[in-house]
Write a protein that binds this ligand. Structure first.
Ligand code: PMT
Length: 224
């Protein structure tokens, strides 16, 4: 039975990919299935938290006992997350947000011309970085990083640049880690250069391990 150690807390989780439309038929997206974020939402609810799950399009059923907010684009995710943020004690951003979107969305299906085609992209808002700027000392902000190289360097850089309390990094070149697998292999980077390496485990277990770290961090902050 899961401990009720998150009772009284509100946990805001993001999951899944975002979709950035080109026209009514096509979009740019990524391989996130939502499994990691949904596992976190399920685990937090089991541990007694009020859970808000903001999710891009996935094939998954929302876990029971969570407030589910479906979104499609990074802009929509930004709006919903910033709306819910003020009431959240813990924010965990497992979503794979598209960094760019097409500069224009055609209202009609783009016809093929046989010519080379160039799609112009503009950057999406970095939701996590914005939350890092707005965070109060009472809130814990946990980010993810999906990397293919220089994992440790990029993870530490994201932890400090985005003002995070924990950064969960997955090396997506490792079999069983990252996008779409039921399992993950993560390294959890803390604020004082500490690193916890977890072996291959199912995403539900990874979720509980991350929440264990959240509980520890809250205790250490309260004791400080
Ligand atoms: O969904 P699954 O199939 O289970 O796969 C899980 C996962 C691989 C998607 C997940 O474990 C993971 O690593 N999620 C983050 C993927 C990612 O987009 O990493 P990033 O390095 O691009 O982004 C870093 C952090 O900034 C993430 O917390 C992301 O949510 C956030 N971000 C990124 C861009 C942006 N515009 N806004 C953001 O908030």
């Amino acid at each position: 039975l899961a401990p009720h150690d998150l009772a009284g807390l509100t946990v805001l989780v993001t999951a899944g990919p975002t979709r950035e439309s080109l026209d009514p038929v096509r979009y740019i997206s990524n391989r996130s299935s939502g499994k990691m974020g949904y596992a976190l939402a399920r685990a937090a609810a089991l541990r007694g938290a009020r859970v808000i799950l903001v999710s891009g399009p996935t094939a998954l059923e929302p876990p029971p006992d969570v407030e589910f907010i479906p979104v499609e684009t990074a802009d929509q995710m930004f709006n919903e997350v910033t709306r819910a943020f003020g009431g959240a004690d813990v924010i965990i951003k497992a979503a794979a947000v598209a960094d760019y979107r097409p500069v224009t969305v055609s209202h009609q299906k783009i016809k093929k011309s046989g010519q080379e085609m160039i799609i112009e992209l503009v950057p999406n808002p970095d939701i996590l970085a914005e939350l890092g700027r707005r965070k109060t000392s009472q809130q814990l902000l946990i980010g993810f990083a999906a990397e293919t190289n220089n994992l440790e360097q990029y993870a530490r850089e994201k932890l400090s640049r985005k003002n995070l309390d924990l950064l969960v990094a997955n090396d997506i070149t490792m079999p069983g880690a990252g996008f779409d697998y039921d399992t993950n292999i993560v390294r959890i980077f803390g604020p004082h250069d500490e690193v916890e390496d977890l072996p291959l485990m199912d995403k539900n277990t990874v979720a509980h391990k991350i929440l264990d770290r959240v509980i520890e961090l809250r205790k250490s902050r309260q004791g400080a």
